[in-house]
Design a protein around this ligand. Sequence first.
Ligand SMILES: [Zn+2]
Length: 183
Amino acid sequence: MEEEPLTEGARPRAEASGGGGTEPCPGCGALVPTVDGPTHRYLGASPGCWAAFGRVLAREYSDPAFLAVHGLTVDTYAVQHPGTPSPQTIHSAGVHLVALHLVLERGRSVADAARFRQRAVERIRDRFEWLEPPASLGALTVLDVEGAADADEHAARVRAWARAAWEAWSPHHDTVRGWAARL
Ligand SMILES: [Zn+2]
């Protein structure tokens, strides 16, 4: 079913329409500009953070070299914005945590992440349950990914971000590994 729901509506915004202040994103905690704008319909992201994610996606879509780590970008953003308990957020966190586990701990290719996610949807989605998000979801955020000089640096930043987010979820690693074992 939904392959990459996170990319819906994420677009770079040229103009910020807020009052120039900043606010912490309720998901990842990044201090982002207070702006009026769209955000994801169920992930817990502020408009300013969602706009930053949109800029990162735009750069990945603009250059195949940047696109190489796209799967990891999507998985990491999702697990840093778990939202509140609902069938959709439970499903999202489950699928994206399983994908992070497979890439970061099992050495699977980022290029295969979309396939893992699809398989998770087909085979283990009924096992997913709400995992209480840790107080901190990692020291790095999407803001730390922006501005890489080239594709290699971008990939390194995305991998560091992904590792920070995955480590933050360590109280639930065993649960996620158990789900992945059934793929
Ligand atoms: Zn955020």
